[in-house]
Design a protein around this ligand. Structure first.
Ligand code: FAD
Length: 457
């Protein structure tokens, strides 16, 4: 019997080998893809455990897949084999405000968990922009983040317990449902951000917190990017900890003005920030004028604030239009989610405009200024023959990463390493830390069957 026969005879019609299904599980939002040989549309932890037992018996590569909207080729089954899709496992098992927890299956969409908690007046803060499409298992495996992480932290900060199937099929439960837990090594932390290479997450217990009763948002334009970056520092220095603080550069604003029309914003702006605060209504009323006056003292233009949900949404809608406007330029957008120490924001944007001049390839920077996590979008132009100048764009990325690392930063703050960033991984973390990754990987997955080729491990 071969492995597919054994899987099919054990797991029946949960195993799929038809072309359409294989094709649908070949890639994510990065450009690489590879067909698996079989797909398990999983509905229980026990099924996944059986599948892993068989895969390890036959030494078959296995790739875990959530919603497949990753940005680094993380769920690409680069050596074929079996894809285990968690997409059917969407149950919210328990929502318990008294304990401040939500227990969910790994295939749940993040936004569904947030909506279900919100109905009870509770809040699951991590907010990747993909939250309506991405699974909580994928968020945990990539330790996803978003704008609100400035105040609330990343996915890891909300994972209390996990059920994980190991490479040999053993089921491990780590952490639990308490908000503090110091029993042994931080195994929950080990699996957060492990990109499907150490185990398959099937269930998670998440921390939920009370929803802040009031919110407000402010946006402002600046004639100089350095003034916008100064406003970010001044707001924090004055003792405010906004939920989110987003910054945008001149290239993006110009693209947005072209796409949305001249009424959307004044001409010639070099920077834009959005600040969102939340908390008790009285606190918001006090903080709002104080932040507005900091913005004004930094030379902001057209600063405006909003406290009603629909007006706040309008401000964030403009932020979402920035991405759409970049896409509307017709150039291919290579989104690099680098992180630099917050004090280096202006240096980063200056370095990007230097790169832009040297390579004649535009770079659009915007993102989470409070965390120094700036999405640097390399806008790949076409050459005279109409082909994408991808090789040159990659050379540019190489220089950008080298600069980021020399400046004490990180080549990814949100998306992970996957295949896309594997060539830079060892250089980024150093050979001893890389060796430690190899040792941890081989302790948990001695045959190397779980998501091979990712991180260059
Ligand atoms: C438009 C858009 C906006 C985005 N915005 C953000 C953002 O703001 N912040 C951010 O952090 N990311 C963002 N991303 C990237 C992406 O959405 C996240 O990486 C997300 O966490 C991926 O979830 P997924 O369910 O699609 O995972 P997949 O793409 O299916 O998988 C991602 C990785 O996780 C592993 N994995 C998935 N499920 C499991 C599991 N149950 N057990 C073990 N391993 C598993 C896979 O093997 C793979 O390595 C964005 C992507 C898009 C397309």
């Amino acid at each position: 019997m071969n492995w597919i026969d054994e899987l099919t005879s054990t797991l029946g019609d949960s195993i799929h080998c038809d072309e359409a299904c294989l094709l649908a599980h070949a890639g994510d939002k990065w450009f690489a893809s590879h067909l698996p040989d079989a797909v398990l549309l999983a509905s229980t932890t026990e099924q996944i455990s059986e599948a892993m037992r068989i895969a390890s018996k036959y030494n078959v590569p296995v790739t875990a897949r959530g919603a497949g909207v990753g940005y680094v080729g993380g769920c690409v089954p680069s050596r074929g084999g079996l894809v285990i899709s968690l997409a059917p496992m969407t149950r919210i098992i328990e929502l318990n405000p008294a304990d401040g927890i939500a227990r969910v299956e790994a295939g749940c969409l993040t936004a569904d968990i947030q909506d279900a908690a919100a109905e009870l007046g509770w809040f699951y803060p991590p907010d990747p922009a993909s939250r309506k499409e991405s699974s909580i298992g994928g968020n945990i495996a990539t330790n996803a983040g978003g704008p609100r992480c400035l105040k609330y932290g990343v996915t890891r900060n909300y994972v209390l317990g996990l059920t994980v199937v190991l490479a040999d099929g053993r089921i491990v439960r780590c952490g639990g449902r308490t908000h503090k837990n110091k029993q042994g090594f931080d195994l929950v932390g080990l699996f957060c951000g492990s990109e499907g290479m150490l185990g398959i997450i099937t269930e998670a217990t998440l921390r939920i917190i009370p929803t802040p009763p009031a919110r407000a948002a402010i946006q402002a334009f600046f004639p100089d990017f350095a003034l916008a970056a100064k406003a970010v520092q001044d707001i924090l220095q004055a003792g405010h900890l906004p939920a989110a603080m987003e910054i945008t550069d001149a290239f993006t604003l110009e693209a947005a003005r072209k796409h949305l029309g001249a009424d959307a914003m004044p001409a010639g702006m070099q920077g834009h920030i959005i600040v969102e605060i939340d908390g008790q209504e009285r606190a918001i009323k006090e903080e709002l004028p104080s932040i507005m006056s900091i913005l004004q003292s930094c030379g902001s233009i057209n600063a405006m604030s909003a406290t009603e949900p629909e007006d706040i949404e309008r401000i964030w809608q403009l932020r979402r239009e920035f991405s759409a406007s970049l896409r509307a330029t017709g150039l291919t957008k290579l989104n690099e989610d680098i992180v630099i120490p917050r004090s280096a924001l202006v240096e980063l944007v200056d370095f990007c405009s230097q790169l832009q001049q040297t390579h004649d390839i535009p770079i659009a920077c915007f993102g989470h200024s409070g965390d120094g996590n700036i999405h640097s979008n390399i806008m790949i132009p076409l050459d005279a023959k109409g082909n994408e100048r991808r090789a040159e764009a990659e050379a540019l990325v190489h220089e950008l990463f080298a600069w980021v690392l020399a400046r004490g930063g990180s080549i990814t703050g949100e998306h992970g390493i996957g295949i896309a960033k594997a060539p830079w991984f060892e250089g980024a973390i150093g050979s001893n830390a890389f060796e430690l990754h190899q040792q941890i990987k081989s302790a948990l997955d001695p045959l190397g069957i779980l998501n091979p080729d990712k991180m260059g491990l």
